[in-house]
Design a protein around this ligand. Structure first.
Ligand SMILES: [Ca+2]
Ligand SMILES: [Ca+2]
Length: 498
């Protein structure tokens, strides 16, 4: 070898080493993304500590291998607005998508908006999906192929009992309001099939093209049906019940009821009177453990395929769920039980064992994944990359997490506090360190005026009315007439709370 050639080889080695270290040691240039959603999953997950008995060994193991955001919150406490926000990288207060309709492609301003998977596709990724990622209503095969390259099973409930397992529920005995154990096979559940299809895609993944693979689990969304083995993980006694304060709503504003005024999800009082509270709690926990097992099957497949070091895993829930807290079941609130969600990242470039208590938003997933995969950043996203926390979980974040439910109603969650402001100006403040169940509304305390002022600063500047075609769980408020309208029905100031 000539002297010149030796020099050239040395230079090349030096250059490639520098390029590799710029991306972190041994980190693949374009890792795969495994993007897993869990519907209506609150913080009842082992590593989150939201319920002391929650049995989720696979999520807990993933958390140890990655970084967990313990103070992560949805941008809207409802499927369609939360998922639309995450996938577009925009708040519901920017799009006006607050209800279960419209599908954002039906609005001219978002018709061509590049979603998270579309951005990956434009950068050469193969995009695949199954189960519930979007809320639905996407349209026929042609429209579907605009969103993802390949569509697997739709998932959902799967096998159902012949009739409802619980007594008729108030507000029309909605078919989804059901839960319990009945004899069936796990293999016949929609979520099992979503996991099986996802595993097949991992096994068959082309070696020369990275993938963005989305899997959306339906449970623990109601109806929470599970087989006996998942119920057996939980005691059949009242030790499973979450702590509730019997007079908890005495210091919450009347307007807080307007956010979930008239819904099929039963109130706590109905659950108690019909001996369904414990059954619902066990069914929800059983469903969570079942989904955890499906996620475990997928993660095992990633490992078996030798892709663990080449695949970013991100797991998120679209919003939480109340199981008796604040006198209700369901979502559609601005409290912790409804806004706090699992958010876990693992894979190349992510520090193992990280546990961040900094506020994080689902909105942050989009820019974070772009940075993790070294894709071109975008300047039109409202989230902020979590990369600093994925490297060092203690890195502070200035911005609190913001959740909105319809125009004018917002929660601001900082590291210590939750501040809520409703459209009629009524407010709440909770000290989450001293009062993790949010039992004591401190908003009137004069010594906390500065805390309140600091949190008020973060109320969204842009706060648009509901978009055209908005339907289901849509609330509007007119300050001039002090009139609130819930799903087209005016709520009077003295109307009894349903
Ligand atoms: Ca949901
Ligand atoms: Ca209270």
């Amino acid at each position: 070898m000539t002297h010149l050639l030796k020099l050239a080889v040395t230079l090349l080695v030096l250059l490639s080493t520098a390029a590799a270290s710029a991306h972190g040691a041994e980190q693949p240039a374009r890792p795969n993304v495994l993007f897993i959603a869990i519907d209506d999953q609150n913080d009842w997950i082992g590593t989150y500590g939201g319920h002391p008995l929650a049995h989720t060994p696979h999520l807990d193991a993933l958390a140890r291998r990655g970084t967990v955001f313990l103070n992560a919150h949805c941008q809207a406490p409802l499927c369609n607005p939360s998922r639309t926000s995450l996938m577009l990288g925009l708040r519901s207060t920017t799009t006006g998508i607050y209800g279960l309709a419209p599908w954002f492609r039906h609005l001219p301003e978002w018709q061509d908006r590049v979603t998270l998977p579309q951005h990956f596709k434009a950068q050469g990724y193969r995009t695949l999906t199954s189960g519930k990622i979007y809320h639905g209503g996407i349209g026929g095969p042609d429209q579907q192929l605009r969103e993802f390259d390949l569509w697997g099973p739709a998932g959902g409930i799967g096998v159902k009992p012949d009739g409802k397992l619980i007594p008729p529920t108030p507000g029309g005995n909605h078919p989804l309001m059901d839960w319990g154990v009945f004899p069936h096979r796990d293999e016949d559940k929609g979520d099992y099939q979503v996991a099986s299809w996802t595993i097949q895609q991992i096994k068959a993944a082309p070696k020369d093209q990275p993938f963005f693979l989305a899997a959306g689990f339906f449970l623990p969304h109601v109806p929470c049906y599970a087989t006996q083995r998942w119920f057996d993980l939980y005691p059949d006694d009242d030790s499973v019940l979450p702590p509730v304060h019997p007079q908890d709503r005495q210091d919450t504003p009347r307007f807080s009821w307007y956010l979930h005024w008239d819904l099929p999800e039963p109130r706590l009082q109905w659950l108690q009177e019909n001996h369904q509270w414990r059954n619902l709690v066990r069914s929800y926990l059983a469903s969570t453990s079942f989904v955890d097992a499906q996620i475990g099957r997928i993660l095992d497949a990633v490992e078996a395929a030798g892709l663990a070091e080449k695949t970013i895993v991100v797991i998120w829930g679209d919003h939480g769920w109340h199981l008796g807290e604040k006198a209700i079941s369901g979502k559609n609130t601005l409290w912790e039980r409804s806004t706090r969600v699992p958010l876990i990242f693992a894979g190349p470039g992510i520090t193992p064992g990280g546990r961040s208590t900094q506020p994080a938003e689902l909105l942050d997933i989009y820019p974070t994944l772009l940075e993790l995969c070294s894709l071109p950043p975008r300047d039109d996203l409202e989230g902020i990359s979590l990369m600093p926390q994925l490297l060092d979980a203690a890195t502070p974040r200035r911005r609190p997490a913001i959740t909105s439910h319809n125009q004018g109603n917002h929660a601001i969650r900082s590291e210590r506090w939750r501040y809520i402001r409703y459209a009629d100006g009524s407010e709440e403040l909770y000290d989450m360190q001293q009062d993790p169940h949010e039992w004591n509304n401190l908003v009137g305390a004069p010594e906390l005026a500065e805390v309140i002022a600091e949190h008020r600063r973060w109320l969204p500047q842009r706060d648009v009315p509901a978009a055209a075609g908005s339907q289901h769980r849509v609330l509007s408020y007119d300050a001039a007439s002090d009139e609130a309208v819930w799903e087209g029905q005016t709520i009077g100031r003295d109307d009894p709370i349903p």
